[in-house]
Design a protein around this ligand. Structure first.
Ligand SMILES: C[S@@+](CC[C@H](N)C(=O)[O-])C[C@H]1O[C@@H](n2cnc3c(N)ncnc32)[C@H](O)[C@@H]1O
Length: 207
């Protein structure tokens, strides 16, 4: 998976023409809200794409948002949309980077959110790099929210192979140091009406 692959996706498709599009990221917002973090908490959304989650987080009052994706076009689309809506994007930190190799500040984040990104990492090396970054950049007792395709979800996304997870498999993949807070499955309906089963999980990074 190259940077260009995702850049091409966002250059050639409107945000609502991709299978993962959600008009409202309601479930995610609910999961984030359930952590009872202060509105000053540091939140990172990795592989954010052009998701409307950021709009909703700003509307909910969260101030310190870090938005990272491989695609510059995706982030520019989000930024332009926030400005159009009159939402305050001043405090957002934007970064075009690969989450596996980017250097993040140690113990910066209270919450790390990933919807449909980690499941593209089908190679052990990428998974290890990604998880090393999670452990490095999350504060002790920080929260990790990961949504992947469920065990009986699709085998591909955007034409790329994905790894599907049960809670047990994901727990094993994350390794020691993460405690499961909660998990649930969710059916996502694509813009063209097909259904995809996701596994939403929340974990605590133990000290
Ligand atoms: C299926 S989309 C999900 C987008 C968004 N999280 C959502 O739920 O709408 C996957 C996103 O992950 C990004 N991505 C894939 N691999 C990445 C990586 N290694 N580092 C950063 N972003 C990545 C892609 O550019 C794309 O925006």
């Amino acid at each position: 998976m190259s940077n260009n692959y995702w850049e091409d996706v966002y250059q050639s498709k409107q945000p609502d023409q991709v299978s993962w599009y959600q008009q409202q990221a309601e479930k995610t917002l609910e999961l984030i809200r359930s952590q009872n973090l202060s509105l000053d908490a540091e939140l990172i959304d990795v592989g954010s794409g052009a998701s409307l989650l950021i709009d909703q987080l700003i509307e909910a009052g969260y101030k310190n948002l870090y938005v990272l994706d491989l695609s510059e076009t995706a982030l520019k689309t989000t930024h332009a949309r926030l400005i159009d809506k009159g939402l305050d994007a001043r405090h957002i930190q934007w970064q075009v980077a690969d989450i596996c190799t980017v250097e993040l500040e140690a113990q910066r984040f209270d919450l790390w959110h990933d919807r449909a990104v980690f499941h593209f990492m089908v190679k052990e090396e990428q998974q290890a790099q990604y998880l090393q970054n999670v452990r490095h950049a999350l504060k002790p007792n920080g929260v990790l929210i990961i949504s992947t395709f469920a065990e009986d979800g699709p085998t591909q996304c955007s034409g790329l192979p994905v790894e599907r997870y049960s809670v047990e498999k994901l727990a094993q993949r994350l390794g020691k140091g993460f405690k499961l807070i909660e998990s649930a499955t969710e059916i996502h309906t694509t813009p063209w009406g097909s259904e995809q089963k996701f596994l939403n999980t929340q974990w605590l990074l133990l000290q």
